[in-house]
Design a protein around this ligand. Structure first.
Ligand SMILES: Nc1nc2c(ncn2[C@@H]2O[C@H](COP(=O)(O)OP(=O)(O)OP(=O)(O)O)[C@@H](O)[C@H]2O)c(=O)[nH]1
Ligand SMILES: [Zn+2]
Length: 289
């Protein structure tokens, strides 16, 4: 039997996809008392139009509010708009923190130099693709469709990087408007900010009208001692540090700093690690937030 999943939630009314079609549900009152909010992506049990149980989550995000995300497509334009690699590295850290697999998609290859990102991200253990979405890059589209198959995927990227254009080549039936038309949605016009899952390529993609830029302001890693673990290329060298509590900032004998010096870990990745580490600050400062 197909597991029931919330595909949309607006104003306390949830659309739940079941093996026998979609049903509209409300949440059991007890969730509110326990301060639990059902999220899009939640697997649930229902009874007579009421969500009675939320199954354990793999992960959940606050912005956009969603649960059980397997992968995040991080779309970055090589130009127009120019890539902001600090923001990108932050997003990457967030995905690892939440156990989401990131897929880097460098778009607008016709407008920018692939080398500037290839030199940094090309050797990291992260899947990455470069394409020109307006050129109907069928080869890359097919690979991305394979990655969606069987998974729940969030698409993220700054305004104008080509997310809608990319969706259109992933699914010819979508015909999304592209260009500067303000907020667009995968299901046509919308009036409220909401999130919604829709079927694509044998998996599900989260549509987040109104959230695309918010996603980039969201940073919920509060314990900076966990940050290095969110940089997959650091893992191999963390064991080489002289001090077991090494923060990998400027300590002598740091395995990561040495790997940067040896040209194995890209300098910009470590610089951004340090910048994020400072930004997060000591744990005590978060207690009252
Ligand atoms: N030159 C070039 N232009 C592209 C490419 N991909 C998309 N564009 C153009 O970039 C503009 C923005 O693309 P969209 O797909 O609307 O971008 P978006 O990420 O959906 O933007 P928002 O909806 O604002 O978040 C459009 O005019 C596209 O035609 C590309 O590979 N090369
Ligand atoms: Zn270290």
């Amino acid at each position: 039997m197909m597991k029931k999943i919330i595909i949309k939630g607006v104003g306390g009314l949830y659309t739940v996809k079941t093996g026998e079609g979609n049903i509209e549900c409300r949440a059991r009152g007890v969730f509110r008392n326990e301060n639990i909010t059902p999220l899009v992506g939640d697997y649930v049990e229902t009874e007579n139009g009421v969500i009675t149980k939320i199954l354990p989550r793999k992960n959940s995000l606050i912005r956009p509010p969603c649960a059980n995300i397997d992968k995040m497509f991080l779309v970055v334009a090589l130009n127009n708009p120019l890539p902001n690699l600090y923001t990108l590295d932050k997003m990457l850290a967030i995905t690892y923190y939440h156990n989401i697999e990131p897929i880097l998609i460098f778009n607008k290859a016709d407008l920018g130099d692939e080398l500037c990102v290839e030199n940094i991200y090309g050797n990291l253990p992260i899947k990455h693709f470069t394409l020109c979405a307006t050129n109907d890059n069928l080869n890359v589209a097919e690979k991305l469709r394979d990655l969606i198959n069987g998974n729940t995927v969030v698409l993220s990227g700054l305004s104008g990087v080509g997310k809608s254009t990319l969706m259109n080549i992933l699914d010819k039936n979508l015909s999304l408007q592209t260009g500067c038309v303000g907020e667009k949605s995968l299901r046509g016009k919308h009036t409220t900010r909401h999130v919604e899952l829709f079927d694509l390529a044998g998996g599900r993609v989260l549509d987040t009208p109104g959230f695309s830029n918010l996603l980039f302001e969201y940073f919920d890693i509060k314990d900076r001692s966990l940050l290095a673990g969110c940089f997959p290329e650091f893992t191999e060298y963390m064991g080489n540090c002289r001090f077991s509590d090494c923060a990998h900032i400027k300590e002598p004998g740091c395995g990561i700093i040495n790997a940067v010096k040896d040209g194995i870990i890209p300098k910009s990745r470590h610089d951004h690690y340090r910048q994020m580490y400072d930004e997060i600050g000591p744990l005590e400062e978060w207690k009252d937030k």
